[in-house]
Write a protein that binds this ligand. Structure first.
Ligand code: PGA
Length: 259
């Protein structure tokens, strides 16, 4: 039976107090879930990470950062070093979220530098990829996804496969104005991603977990989790209330286990 992944990026929401209240509640509510089968992770704001890493049991909820510089130190005002994040015992490095790429102009070449730096420091690199509405309209979604993967993982050795996760998040599906991908569309693109990972890393590349994100909600989570090439759900808004996220996760697990 494959492992299922459930996580959320809190983006630029929740102060330290609210983050801790949320994480503490989520940890309590989900404590009974078998972590060898269900992986849970939350990626809060930078300012909450110190407190979260002190108080949250990462055997239950793994913590990650939303971004990272590829250099260890230097004249990079406003950036966060992998060494600083390592000090907090974080496990996951989220790289290339659509908002980083499209609001802040991060490139595939930067992703490659960041992926390599994250892996060399022992983090799990969670590379986010996805096509825009315009790219979908032009019929080049597969080319875009393959380009993001091929550049993002350029020169990365297959030995790192155990520390790589991918999130497929179509840009047009993310956020308040997003419309979720249909299960058929999500499966089709996850398949393209899986094949490309095998092309990059060899057959073992198929073992890399590929999570779906972009307007996941209680109305579509059960249909998405059962898709053959979906290993988990990367949830935004629908995860930011601990009780609601707990219900969404349990429903998805039940649906998956009953299929
Ligand atoms: P959303 O965010 O679920 O609120 O659309 C998803 C994401 O940005 O990861």
């Amino acid at each position: 039976m494959k492992k299922l992944y459930f996580g959320s990026n809190l983006k630029m929401y929740k102060n330290v107090h609210d983050t801790m209240e949320y994480l503490t509640k989520l940890q309590e509510l989900t404590a009974d879930l078998d972590r060898s089968r269900y992986e849970m992770f939350i990626i809060p704001s930078f300012t909450s990470l110190y407190c979260a890493s002190e108080k949250i049991d990462q055997n239950l909820i793994r913590l990650g950062a939303q971004n990272m510089c590829w250099e260890d130190q230097g004249q990079f005002t406003g950036e966060i070093s992998p060494l600083m994040l390592k000090e907090l015992n974080l496990q996951i490095m989220e790289l290339g979220h659509s908002e980083r790429r499209h609001v802040f102009g991060e490139t595939d070449q930067w992703m490659n530098l960041k992926v390599k730096a994250a892996l060399s420091h022992g983090f799990t690199a969670l590379l986010c990829i996805g096509e825009t509405d315009e790219q979908k309209e032009y019929g080049i979604s597969d080319e875009v996804l393959r380009t993001q993967l091929k550049i993002g993982f350029y020169g990365v050795s297959p030995e790192n496969i155990g520390n790589i996760w991918v999130a497929y998040e179509p840009v047009w599906a993310i956020g308040v104005n997003g419309k979720p991908a249909t299960p058929e569309y999500a499966q089709e693109k996850h398949h393209v991603i899986r094949e490309c990972l095998a092309e990059i890393f060899g057959e073992k590349g198929r073992e890399i977990p590929v999570l779906y994100g972009g307007s996941v909600n209680p109305g579509n989570s059960n249909q998405l989790i059962v898709l053959p090439d979906v290993d988990g759900l990367f949830v935004g808004r629908a995860a930011w209330d601990a009780e609601k996220f707990n219900v969404l996760i349990r429903d998805a697990i039940e649906t998956y286990n009953n299929q």
